[in-house]
Write a protein that binds this ligand. Structure first.
Ligand code: SDX
Length: 428
């Protein structure tokens, strides 16, 4: 196979080198395109065919439904690792030894208190504020309390910043939920594991001991692993491009949270539950909603279905679907919403519109059913996605800065007015 691609423009041929990835993906390196063609650029709305970077963190094969973090399969990690191990793997590139993991966790615990003035910021929010907006604001506000920007070339400085955000972020997640519920903004306990501590902070009532349920702990740990990274998705690309201007890590992550909030991205897990609730209210009429999803005149989409990369089953959806059955059975929860979801999936997987467009359930289709069974409010579902995605955002931001990638600044093709002389207001 040739190691270049040839582009002919205005009768001139130009060669561009091919970049071949470790999984044999091929990219055309067009770094010299504008220079050799006198300013010709490419255009690719939504970057459906455009790679923004080379990366060694996550590999996806959308046709085969493969997802690996640093070479390890998502199935193995979800089954055999815990969330902090996976966070360490994503950020530092290797699975930690027991000593490394124990130190990582204790260093995170040492950073798990936030400045009490953060409570004054939360107090200013109305209870009706969406927790994703609260979380994004608080994460950006962390910069005010931790003003020194990280020196990415210093391993020690980078490590300190990583454990700081991993320690403080779960507090912000819990406080965003407790603010809505009118509960005191509390802390968990450093005697607990990372996920147990998150659950205690989220659910503890001021007048009773929070009792951990291992089923919920294991399910949340698995969900966080499944959400931990996903190569150059919308929110991660946002974190990378904001970080490429050398904005700080907390500010970059805050922007990623805002991107994740959208219903086409992480906000889909909340939109799925709202859709399933609507179908239930509508007497479980899944056919009506399938019809709406296929009607070009109707803005309704089958939330939790379809994916930019997966044109096969999202491997995470497969794992979450099994976990949903297990968690609801273990908790003794009968949820008609799960039956509606399964009915919808069954119909869609044999419907020509969905089959032709290769629309399968994605990570968001079943996750909300588990969150709901855990007692997590629907508006908090995307916050839980952000908690899981945090190590992915950190790892991608760190990779981009360590590789000294240039500031992100896409080109465009101008299609507006040509030059025109100014017209005085008296003549308009
Ligand atoms: C996440 O990128 C990531 O990795 C994201 C993520 C991660 O881990 O970070 O995996 C997390 O964001 C998962 C996706 C969650 N979003 C949803 O579930 C929202 C519903 N899905 C869609 O809006 C859509 O499928 C996207 C946004 C996920 C993908 O959109 P694309 O790749 O831009 O595809 P498209 O909109 O061009 O759709 C292609 C066709 C269109 O029909 P035609 O114009 O060809 O006739 O498929 C149709 C679309 O109308 N289509 C759908 C549909 N999704 C696509 N029709 C009905 N219901 C849907 N859900």
């Amino acid at each position: 196979m040739s190691n270049t691609a040839t582009l002919e423009i205005n009768g001139e041929k130009h060669e561009f080198p091919l970049v071949v990835g470790t999984e044999n993906e091929i990219g055309i390196n067009i770094k010299t395109l504008r220079g050799v063609t006198g300013g010709v650029t490419t255009i690719d709305p939504g970057y459906k065919n455009t790679g923004a970077c080379e990366s060694g963190i996550t590999f996806l094969d959308g046709e085969k439904g493969i997802l690996r973090y640093r070479g390890y399969s998502i199935e193995d990690l979800a089954d055999k690792a815990d969330f902090l191990e996976v966070a360490y793997l994503l950020i530092f590139g290797e699975l930690p030894s027991k000593d490394q993991l124990d130190k990582f966790h204790s260093d995170i615990k040492a950073q798990s208190v936030v400045d009490d003035d953060v409570k004054k910021i939360i107090d200013a929010f109305p209870k009706a504020a969406h927790p994703m907006g609260v979380l994004s604001s608080l994460t950006s506000a962390l910069t005010a309390f931790n003003p020194s920007s990280v020196n990415v070339d210093s391993e020690e400085d980078m490590y300190k910043t990583v454990v700081k955000i991993l320690g403080k972020f779960p507090v912000l997640v819990a406080w965003a939920m407790r603010k809505k519920q009118g509960l005191p903004l509390n802390y968990g306990s450093n005697s607990l594991g990372y996920v147990e501590n998150v659950l205690k902070m989220m659910f503890e009532k001021p007048n009773e001991e929070y009792v951990q349920n291992p089923i919920i702990v294991n399910a949340l740990d698995k969900l966080l692993i499944l959400h931990a990274d996903h190569e150059q998705n919308c929110s991660t690309s946002t974190v990378r491009i904001v970080g490429s201007s050398h904005a700080g890590l907390f500010a970059s992550i805050s922007s990623g949270i805002s991107a994740l909030w959208g219903p086409l991205h992480g906000g889909a897990n909340q939109a799925v539950l709202e859709m399933l609730e609507a179908i239930k209210e509508d007497g479980g009429d899944t056919k009506k909603y399938m019809g709406k999803a296929k009607d070009k005149e109707d803005p309704f989409r089958l939330m939790g279905f379809g994916h930019r990369v997966y044109k096969n089953f999202d491997p995470r959806a497969k794992i979450i679907k099994v976990a949903a059955d297990e968690v609801l059975a273990d908790l003794g929860v009968e949820d008609p919403i799960l039956d509606i979801a399964k009915g919808l999936e069954k119909e869609a997987l044999k419907d020509d519109y969905f089959v032709k467009r290769k629309l399968y359930p994605n990570v968001d289709f079943y996750s909300g059913i588990i969150y709901r069974a855990m007692g997590i409010p629907t508006e908090m579902f995307t916050v839980m996605f952000a908690l899981g995605r945090l190590p992915g955002w950190i790892s991608q931001w760190r990779e981009m800065r360590l590789r000294k990638e240039p500031i992100g600044r896409p080109r465009q093709i101008y299609t507006g007015e040509n030059y025109r002389a100014f017209k005085d207001i008296a003549k308009r």
